[in-house]
Design a protein around this ligand. Structure first.
Ligand SMILES: [Zn+2]
Length: 479
């Protein structure tokens, strides 16, 4: 048993996918040429006034409700003051006391498969800063497109006890944000960012140990590695009888080390004060009710429904619901008329394989659910073999104009159930393999598979394996 207990809390920033920015009408988009999505407001020109985008409030409340938070009917924005080149106003509009959502939770599964509740301290809204780009030319360039992009910051309680639990929390949170369609949650593009507070204490101790903050983790993998690194570092410090210092560390993905960014003595004092240019945010009970009524089906409810409505097992369902687009694709295939079991098995094998290989994305996947349904129905009706269906599927990836039947005919894949045609193949196989025939007749019945394989080969995969098995057996036994 480890003598230390690990304590982790996460602060997650998610960029909201609203059409416009939080305080101006500029488009909220990623990847445009630098400094083309700006105006005097988001550039922080003197004399301009912010106007709060109502969608931002709705998205924050949606998220809060999905995470079982209480929603404050009345909350304020605050100025967080600091100087940085990518922050032209010299302050960021955020929320300090009384954030819009507070006191929620979500449930994760621990290493041992036990369900565990992680508290959500608060969710507040704020604006993103611009982006400094080093190494493009002389000095540093700044892109202000990101200035004023709306963010929600989701702060957890220090309830996680391992890097694994932190990873599970982040995975679950991302899944819920995607189901809610409030953020794209792309860590590589920075639309989901995570900072961690980590401390160790002796098992059984009541007081928390000194915590450090780890920043700059740009992928889920990086979070897991950075936390494992920092836990190990603190363990060594404590084992050596020294004290952990309250510092902020930057994770370097290339060297897989966390390097010192600043010590607590140098830490910012943001001098928060109420934002004088914005009226308080007031949210009526009716509005909260309306947002609650429009919440989509969330992962846990969907998981339960897939198990009961489609009679699928836990393992398959957890793969299907992991990503909302994936669950939608599966369900659209079923709604088009495919058998749930066939659709689940095909989607979690063939479709998932292609997505994992990275060449395709579901948003632009060339095979529509209706087309996949046509193909699956051909298999389930015994018109083509599973093996032949894989060929049709490959073909459909590059050609979405022909119908499934046209492709089957074009590729000559219609399953041969015709006994005469199969009989010829079987006779050939029997003639070509006298030794195996003798052994089979002497009692080595497991050779049946060998004969079926040979016949399937001769038919180019288009024979129906079930019919072949029956015919081969009767040929061998009755001759
Ligand atoms: Zn603007």
């Amino acid at each position: 048993m480890d003598k230390y207990e690990v304590v982790i809390g996460l602060e997650v920033h998610a960029q909201l996918n609203t059409r416009s920015k939080v305080f101006c009408g500029c488009a909220n988009r990623y990847g445009d040429p630098a400094n083309t999505l700006t105006c005097p407001i988001c550039l922080g020109m003197p004399g301009t006034l912010p106007v709060l985008n109502e969608e931002v409030i709705s998205s924050a409340i949606r998220t809060g409700l999905a995470l079982d938070c209480s929603i404050r009917p009345y909350s304020r924005t605050a100025r967080k003051n600091y100087f940085y080149p990518d922050l032209p106003k010299g302050y960021q509009i955020s929320q300090f006391n009384d954030p819009i959502c507070y006191d929620g939770h979500l449930t994760i599964e621990t290493e041992t498969g036990v369900k565990k509740t992680i508290g959500i301290t608060r969710i507040h809204i704020e604006e993103d800063a611009g982006k400094s780009m080093h190494g493009l030319g002389e000095g540093t360039s700044i892109d202000f497109n990101r200035c004023g992009v709306p963010l929600i910051e989701i702060v957890s309680e220090p309830d996680m006890r391992s890097a694994f639990e932190a990873y599970a929390y982040l995975t679950k949170l991302k899944q819920i944000l995607k189901y809610l369609n409030v953020s794209n949650c792309n860590m590589e593009e920075g639309s989901l960012r995570c900072d961690a507070n980590v401390s160790l204490r002796l098992v059984g101790a009541k007081e928390l140990g000194t915590k450090t903050e780890v920043k700059n983790m740009n992928s889920f993998k990086a979070v897991e590695k950075a936390l494992a690194y920092e836990i190990n570092r603190q363990r060594q410090v404590l084992d050596a009888g020294e004290r952990v210092h309250a510092v902020t560390l930057l994770w370097n993905d290339a060297t897989e080390e966390a390097v010192l960014m600043r010590s607590k003595e140098e830490a910012h004092d943001y001098r928060y004060f109420p934002e004088p240019d914005l009226v308080p945010i007031s949210v009526s009970t009716e509005k909260i009710g309306a947002i609650r009524d429009q919440l989509p089906e969330l992962p846990e409810a969907r998981s339960l429904r897939f198990k009961t409505e489609y009679a699928l097992n836990d393992e398959v369902v957890s793969i299907l619901i992991a990503e909302v687009e994936f669950a939608n694709y599966f369900e659209a295939t079923v709604r088009a008329g495919a058998l749930p079991k066939s659709a689940a098995s095909w989607v979690t094998s063939e479709v998932l394989r292609l997505l994992k290989e990275g060449e395709y994305e579901l948003a632009s996947f060339p095979i529509s659910p209706a087309k996949l349904c046509d193909l699956l129905n051909q298999i389930d009706d015994g018109k083509i073999s599973n093996q032949a269906a894989k060929k049709v599927f490959e073909w459909m990836l590059g050609n979405n104009t022909s119908s499934v039947l046209e492709i089957i005919n074009e590729l000559g894949l219609a399953q041969i159930n015709d006994e005469d045609a199969l009989g010829l193949y079987i006779a050939e196989v029997i003639a070509e393999n006298p030794d195996e025939v003798r052994k089979y007749r002497e009692g080595k019945k497991q050779l049946l598979g060998f004969f079926v394989g040979k016949v399937m080969q001769k038919s180019g995969g288009s024979a129906n394996p079930k019919s072949v098995g029956e015919l081969v057996r009767s040929s061998l036994e009755n001759a």
